[in-house]
Design a protein around this ligand. Structure first.
Ligand SMILES: C[S@@+](CC[C@H](N)C(=O)[O-])C[C@H]1O[C@@H](n2cnc3c(N)ncnc32)[C@H](O)[C@@H]1O
Length: 119
């Protein structure tokens, strides 16, 4: 389902906008799905790399990467609803080594040697 953007796009900065949206949206890819990036990701990311996904939303990117052998992925998002749903999805798909945490990219300091993907 494609949604109209909110009248005030500054709402995109509010966790409450995303919480409400993710409460009734199971899956949506804002860019294209993994199959379009797979060749680039597998070229540049090694199975032993640790990956930090910023603003994971309800994308399948991390799960698809996991099934391709990239197993150490931390999914982050500003929205607690997105993070909870992602954690449930990771567990349901047996993505051992992956986790999902609430994090604001504007205020979080990330430790070194993490490959960052996504927006
Ligand atoms: C345009 S959606 C993209 C979702 C997903 N990456 C995709 O490609 O389908 C932006 C996501 O970033 C999250 N987000 C917005 N501001 C953020 C911030 N300051 N820190 C972390 N996540 C944020 C939103 O909750 C939302 O899930």
């Amino acid at each position: 389902m494609t949604r109209e953007p909110p009248a005030d796009v500054s709402l995109y900065q509010q966790p409450s906008y995303w919480d409400k949206r993710f409460s009734d949206e199971e899956h949506y890819e804002w860019c294209k799905d993994y199959s379009h990036f797979r060749h680039l990701i597998l070229q540049h990311v090694q199975p032993q790399d640790r990956v930090l996904e910023l603003g994971c939303g309800n994308s399948r990117l991390s799960i698809d990467m996991f099934h391709d052998g990239i197993t150490q992925i931390t999914c982050t998002d500003l929205s607690p609803v997105a993070v909870k749903q992602m954690q449930q999805r990771l567990e349901a798909e047996n993505c051992t080594g992956c986790c999902s945490v609430v994090s604001d990219v504007k205020t979080t300091v990330y430790a070194g040697s993490i490959v960052s993907l996504d927006l």
